[in-house]
Each structure stands twice: as structure tokens, then as C-alpha cells.
Write a protein that binds this ligand. Structure first.
Ligand SMILES: Nc1nc2c(ncn2[C@@H]2O[C@H](COP(=O)(O)OP(=O)(O)OP(=O)(O)O)[C@@H](O)[C@H]2O)c(=O)[nH]1
Ligand SMILES: [Mg+2]
Length: 376
């Protein structure tokens, strides 16, 4: 018969299994499966290329000295904590004779990179920036767009729209629609006075995700700093991968006390999500909190949730985990972590401090797991 003592022991057995959790090793394993997208940001000088990289990926990324010049004009940024490779170009002066040099150098660079057998060098996306402040699309823009379009997935980012009137913007869009009808155009601005609905950061990132292979879209989302809503959507997709893994792990019902494989999936998922949200990027202290609080609580939440599902009067043999339980728990636990991380990320984006120990307390997680279990 199932007794309280048995339940308690089951909880302890599961928590014991977590003692061997090696954060760095799990993270290394996760990183090995990630494919990094390469994104090139091109356009004339002063259109806001470096500012755009800073805005989306964080000030430290494009800080001077952090990149490696790969040609005179192209600087490669491969931030240690992010799984993206960014290429910032030093823009050409409009009408400058050196514009031709930019053309040769940048097109040559992308061509060579994408013909290379070394996939780590490939440029997958090009964000071609045209400033609305300049109020025109130049022949050089069109030449470059044409040439780049054959080499990678290209879109147009209409930058600095705060510096143009509605009519000017409309004209720019019409010109682009006529001259490069196949290319998507996203209007953006870093001016906080421009209403959120008028800027297309979402659109630019959605387009980018849509044009990347599935492993890479997650890597791009992981690297995003302030665009937390998009990050959340991608984080939920990540949970789905673990739900599938959990279903695969429980082809035959497992005795509850033998659920090490499922615990491993939960802890790996938790590590992956935590890293995805960039929360572990902070200090060693945050890493300690993660290992001591989040991982330990994973075991508690996991075993408590499972025990809730065991029929009270059953025998121990009836305490099994089938694939339905495995998938709904993984779904609920993944979404619970995402909800906590999302709220933390919103706070951190506003410069607030987050107390992770209380954010990931067992009761908080249990409540969220219950909520998402019902939803499944
Ligand atoms: N008004 C306005 N100014 C912006 C915006 N984005 C960037 N800027 C400003 O435009 C100037 C040029 O921005 P950068 O990001 O250095 O431009 P860049 O394209 O990297 O220029 P190069 O490196 O010379 O090719 C800076 O003074 C920015 O502060 C914007 O959305 N609106
Ligand atoms: Mg720049």
C-alpha cells in the first residue's frame, strides 16, 4: 500500500538523484547542440547600425574593443555568453568614392564566408539599414541590396524613423516596395518618444526567426536583451522540445521511484531555460542560487506533483509515470520556469534587482505548475 512514509521516501530518492547535478557540464552539453546564426548589419555611415546592435543585444556586445576586425570594414562580435555572431560594418559615406570599396569588401566578405565549408563562418541574415533621416534610398543601397540578396537572407531596416515625417516615411516605403518588392521592410527607432506600435522590432525579430533553422532561432532569442516578449515566445518553444523528449523517455510506464531519466530531463530543461533567459550570465552567486535553489526545488516540485497524481488507495505498483504524466509535468514545469524568468527579465530590463531565492521558492513553483497542469 502507498503510505505517507513511502511518499516521503520517494521524494527523497528523487532529490538524491539531483546531488550529482553538474551545472557546467550540463551547460556545455547544451551549448554543443546550439548552432550560432551569423547576422551582418550593413548600410551607409551614421544610419544607426552599431546603435541597433547595442539596443538588441546589450551595450557590452558592440563596445569598442570587444570585436575582432575581420576586414577593414567588418568587425565580428562573438559574445561569450550569447550564441550569435554579429558582424557590424563601418558604413560608407553617401556619394563617397569609397562607397565602391565598401561594396567590394562587404560583398566579397559575405560571398567568401558563405562559400566556406566552415559553417561557423556563414552569414545567415543581413539587416540592411537605411536611415529615414536621410530621406532617400540611394542607388548604392539598391546595388548592395541586389548583390546581398543573392548571398544571404536580406531584409531592410528603416532606421531613425523619428527623424522623418509620416509623409516622408510613406514615400520611402513606396520607393522600397517598387524597387525591391521581394524584401521585407521594418521601421525602427531608438527614440523613446516614438510609440511602441510604430516601431517594428517584433517584426524584424520574427522575420529573422522565420528565416533561421530551428536551432538558430533559439540562439538568436537567447541573445536578445530587452525584447523580452519575443524571448518568452521562443522560450515556450524550447519547452516543447523537452516535452517531446519526455514523451520519448516514457514509452513504457516507469515506476515512480525509477524516474531518474525524467528528473534529468527536468533539470536539463531548467538549466537550458535559465541560460536562455540570460539569468545565469550574472555572477557566480546567481549560479549558486540556481544550483541550490532551482535545481533542488526541481526535485521537490517534481516529486510532489507526481505524488498528487497517485491514487490514494492504490498499490505501490500502481504508482507509475506514463507518458501523459511525463509530458504534462514537463510542459507545466517548463512554463512555470518561463513565467518566473519572464517576470525577472522584465524587472531586470527596468534595472530592478531580483531575489531569485524567493522567485523560485517551492511554493511559487508548485502554484505555477498546478496552473499549467490544468491548462494542458
Ligand atoms: N534620432 C535618432 N538617432 C539615432 C537613432 N539610432 C542611432 N542614432 C544616432 O545616430 C548616430 C549614428 O549611430 P551609429 O549607430 O554610430 O551609426 P552607424 O551606422 O554604426 O555608423 P558607422 O559606424 O559610421 O557606419 C549616433 O549619434 C546615434 O546616437 C535613432 O533611432 N534615432
Ligand atoms: Mg558603427
Amino acid at each position: 500500500m502507498i503510505t505517507d512514509k513511502w511518499k516521503q521516501e520517494t521524494v527523497f530518492t528523487l532529490i538524491d538523484k539531483l546531488q550529482y547535478f553538474d551545472y557546467d557540464q550540463v551547460l556545455r552539453r547544451i551549448h554543443k547542440t546550439v548552432k550560432k546564426p551569423g547576422i551582418l548589419v550593413a548600410g551607409a555611415t551614421g544610419v544607426g547600425k552599431s546603435s541597433l546592435i547595442n539596443h538588441l543585444f546589450g551595450m557590452e556586445v558592440a563596445a569598442e574593443g570587444n570585436g575582432k576586425p575581420v576586414t577593414d570594414r567588418v568587425t565580428r562580435y562573438e559574445p561569450e555568453q550569447h550564441d550569435v555572431v554579429l558582424y557590424d560594418t563601418r558604413g560608407y559615406e553617401i556619394g563617397d568614392a569609397k562607397a565602391q570599396q565598401f561594396y567590394k569588401e562587404v560583398i566579397g566578405f559575405v560571398k567568401e564566408a558563405n562559400e566556406s565549408d566552415d559553417v561557423a563562418r556563414h552569414i545567415h541574415l543581413v539587416w540592411y539599414c537605411i536611415s529615414a533621416a536621410n530621406k532617400r534610398v540611394t542607388p548604392m543601397d539598391l546595388d548592395l541590396l541586389g548583390a546581398l540578396n543573392g548571398l544571404a537572407k536580406v531584409c531592410v531596416v528603416l532606421t531613425q524613423i523619428d527623424a522623418a515625417t509620416v509623409v516622408e516615411l510613406k514615400e520611402l516605403r513606396e520607393t522600397l516596395a517598387k524597387k525591391v518588392p521581394d524584401l521585407s521592410v521594418f521601421a525602427v527607432s531608438l527614440d523613446p518618444r516614438v510609440p511602441e506600435g510604430a516601431v517594428a522590432w517584433d517584426g524584424l525579430l520574427d522575420w529573422s526567426m522565420d528565416h533561421l533553422e530551428s536551432g538558430m532561432e533559439l540562439a538568436l532569442a537567447q541573445a536578445l536583451g530587452k525584447e523580452v516578449r519575443i524571448k518568452r515566445r521562443q522560450a515556450d518553444k524550447l519547452v516543447q522540445r523537452y516535452v517531446v523528449a519526455a514523451a520519448g523517455a516514457v514509452v513504457c510506464p516507469l515506476p515512480m521511484t525509477d524516474s531518474a531519466v525524467l528528473v534529468a530531463i527536468q533539470t536539463t530543461m531548467a538549466t537550458h531555460l535559465f541560460n536562455f533567459w540570460g539569468i545565469s550570465r550574472g555572477t557566480d552567486k546567481i549560479k549558486d542560487v540556481f544550483v541550490n535553489v532551482v535545481i533542488a526545488n526541481t526535485g521537490r516540485v517534481f516529486s510532489r506533483s507526481l505524488l498528487k497524481l497517485v491514487p490514494g488507495a492504490g498499490t505501490m505498483a500502481s504508482a507509475v509515470i506514463n507518458s501523459g504524466i511525463a509530458t504534462s509535468f514537463t510542459y507545466a514545469f517548463g512554463h512555470a520556469i518561463n513565467e518566473v524568468c519572464y517576470k525577472a527579465a522584465l524587472k531586470m530590463a527596468d534595472g530592478e534587482k531580483v531575489d531569485f531565492t524567493s522567485a523560485f521558492a517551492v511554493d511559487v513553483l508548485m502554484k505555477l505548475v498546478d496552473k499549467y497542469m490544468k491548462q494542458k
